[in-house]
Design a protein around this ligand. Sequence first.
Ligand code: NAD
Length: 528
Amino acid sequence: MAIAEPPVRPRTTLHEGPFVTEPFFDFRNEENARRMRSAIAKVRAQLGHEYDLIIGGKRIKTTDKIKSLNPSQPSQIIGTHQKAGKEHVEPAIKAALAAFESWSRTTVEERTSLVFRVGDLLRQRKMEFMAWLVFEVSKNWAEADADVSETIDFCEFYAREALRFSQAQTPIQLPGEHDSLLYIPLGVGAVIPPWNFPCAIMAGMTLASIVSGNTVILKPSSDSPTIAAKFVELLEEAGMPEGVVNFCPGAGASFGDAVVAHAKTRFIAFTGSREVGLHINKAAATQAPGQIWIKRAILEMGGKDAIIVDADCDIDSAVEGVAQSAFGFQGQKCSACSRAIVDERIYDKFLEQLKGRVEKIQVGDPAENANMGAVINEGSMKTILGYIEQGKKDGRLITGGERAPGEGYFIRPTVFADIPPKSKLEQEEIFGPVLAVIKARGFDHALEIANDTEFGLTGAVYTKSRDKIDRAIQEFHVGNLYINRKCTGAMVGAHPFGGFNMSGTDSKSGGPDYLYLFTQAKSVGEKI
Ligand code: NAD
């Protein structure tokens, strides 16, 4: 059985009525499992194809290539992609600017019907998209389901939001005037996603941009360009005009940097590491010759997320929540629990139960729906193993602490106890299946430890005490706080997502404020 088993939700009528998140598959149902195996077989037969850059609708080949590999079986090529270089920046910007002339003037109904159509197509091909994620980033079936479901939710939610924004009104009308407020697009954006939610985050930032009337250059992560290519194919099939999304896989440090720095880039929608986010922030703040605006930088970055386990809690659900949050998708979520801060009164009992739970996690090929697949690439595996060696010095190894067998980048789920606050393992984002357990003297101490990093993305508290819940709501300084549940698995609409401090600009994707970031408000007062 998969680690993350999200609840099944009912659906209501598409595109109208209250927004409802996409239901997840229950793979205990043999028919669902059979369909998923057949989607995997279908996608397996398509592995290794070559994909082009798409600039202004034109397919372009380059001499340099990016090869996307299966982390569970690195000898298997998922897709070969062209590699955009600095020479592609000008044509891509020109194509996006030309498309902006017409796309920004389309009606909101035209733009939203495109995005609704994309969601409908994705619903039809959901398992196929999930299968691409199984191969390209080693997600198990439930994790792949969550990623594609969230993508569908973004289609539905942002299209509805764009319609709502188009109905905005000024709080008052002055006598003798018609006063209006129009949310107009910004211009050309650079969309720069990470590989860990390679469908949902890549598509979410792209869809929010285009449904608001912007055009973009989409530079996917070099670890996950194939799923992005499949998504762009879907946009084209849904009727997206040429140049609205220009598909340009390429190196961050050359192509990405040059797009960010370009005078005609109006905004950057980035999700990724703290280091690259800060670099982009700085670059975006520098005025290029001919640049006439302040670039908007929407930056969502890393985390060092904690779950506080109070002495007065349901220990079974705390153990389950910590295990799922720490090891779902191999701990490679910005929201992953990498610190469990546990009250000293239940510390030993918690550790014993957690060890038993974590040792049930099977590591293996997600095509066979193992609980945990491989980490994304060799470099990442080495970094994570380096942190594990550090953990052996700074704490007490409870379980894991080594590679798991297989050709892929498999690492056993690893738990360290007695990790001191302020140590490397307690402060730095590891982005892998490594959990630091920290002993707290009580709730005050736990909150103090939880808040004492430079990040502030997600957090959770397990407690039965109303007072402590209220204190956590007041004092636990994170963008997404959860009470008596895991700290991963934000749902569009219910949990607008974005972090504090070095975790980002708190953009709250999937929330009612998100499209403000992709628009500018024009106020018109007309004498009547
Ligand atoms: P990364 O920062 O290495 O890369 C992110 C993207 O930036 C990639 O597309 C990369 O090619 C590009 N890039 C790299 N250097 C660049 C440059 N100089 N100019 C422009 N673009 C450049 O991050 P990653 O390894 O892909 O993703 C993991 C990180 O993302 C983790 O830190 C994780 O916490 C974070 N993340 C955050 C959120 C969130 O919502 N806060 C969500 C998912 C992932």
